[in-house]
Design a protein around this ligand. Structure first.
Ligand code: MF3
Ligand code: CO
Ligand code: CO
Length: 277
């Protein structure tokens, strides 16, 4: 979610929604379907594959399973997914250009199932990739998981951001600050805002029943981003590589539940097809 949207949400009054068992059941279903959609793509992300083909397959998968992609016609966005290649940070638009050997691509999908939103993204290597691209993906995945590990009642949103930033910067990478994670549930983007940087102990105190995404964007170079003339595509200003992983989680009494874990075990590359469920 962009900072502009985050500020609009933050300035709205009222409390952050707390959800009960029925919501958790709904989120479990939506999150699982979104994760299965990303699992389906693993063998298809190869040199020569067009991202608009991936997008069409995601739409078909959604409709076949009684779901709707949340991004379709969302604020004028016309695709079922975002496909962000190499120096594209997020909100890349699917198109007819074939993926090429050595690319790394983030595929981000949000599926609405029975009204609940499951929002998740992963990185996919295209053929053989460079060691630095692989390192960036590993650092980004680990930063997401460290952020998730900080989630429990009484912890704060700043604890999540601090866990991510401290680790990513120790790995000589930078954290994108122009976009953040977000509350969700029966709406796509809600409070709380989840910054991927910050100070432990600051921000919103987490409570059981909160639902949100954590979706750090980590760069090999500088953190600065610009939006292309299409109004969506965010790229690194220095054109260095960027990576992102996203999970949807719910705060429980003891920690959190990840709704978008991969049933096939494809949470982070390398994806070994022979290990698939
Ligand atoms: N799925 C993205 C997120 O993680 C949102 C994409 S909005 C779009 O919040 F319109 F660009 F698709
Ligand atoms: Co999201
Ligand atoms: Co997303």
């Amino acid at each position: 979610m962009s900072n502009g949207d985050a500020n609009r949400l933050a300035s709205r009054d009222g409390k952050i929604p707390l959800h009960g068992p029925e919501a958790f059941a709904g989120m479990r279903k939506a999150g699982r379907l979104a994760a299965e959609a990303l699992d389906m793509l693993v063998p298809l992300v190869q040199p020569g594959t067009q991202t608009d083909t991936i997008d069409r397959l995601l739409l078909e998968f959604a409709l076949d399973h009684g779901a709707i992609p949340a991004t379709l016609n969302y604020r004028g966005y016309r695709y079922s997914s975002c496909t962000s290649i190499n120096h594209v940070v997020c909100h890349g638009m699917p198109n007819a250009k074939p993926l090429k050997e050595g690319d790394i691509v983030n595929i981000d999908v949000t599926l609405i199932v029975d009204g609940w939103h499951g929002d998740t993204s992963r990185m996919y290597p295209v053929g053989e990739i460079s060691r630095r691209a692989d390192r960036l993906m590993q650092v980004t995945y680990k930063s997401l998981m460290l952020g998730i590990a900080a989630v429990k009642p009484g912890a704060t949103t700043g604890d999540i951001g601090a866990a991510i930033q401290t680790y990513a910067e120790a790995e000589r990478c930078s954290v994108v600050t122009d976009f953040c994670g977000h509350g969700l549930g029966q709406v796509f983007h809600d409070r709380p805002n989840i910054l991927h940087y910050g100070q432990a102990g600051t921000g919103t105190i987490l409570e059981a029943g909160m639902l949100f995404t954590i979706e750090p964007m980590i760069n090999l170079g500088k953190p600065h981003v610009k939006i292309l003339a299409d109004g969506w595509t965010a790229v690194t200003r220095d054109r260095e590589l960027s990576a992102q992983f996203e999970h949807t989680v719910g705060v429980t009494r003891t920690g959190c539940e990840i709704f978008t874990g991969s049933p096939a075990g494809f949470d982070c590359p390398p994806y070994r097809l022979e290990n698939a469920a």
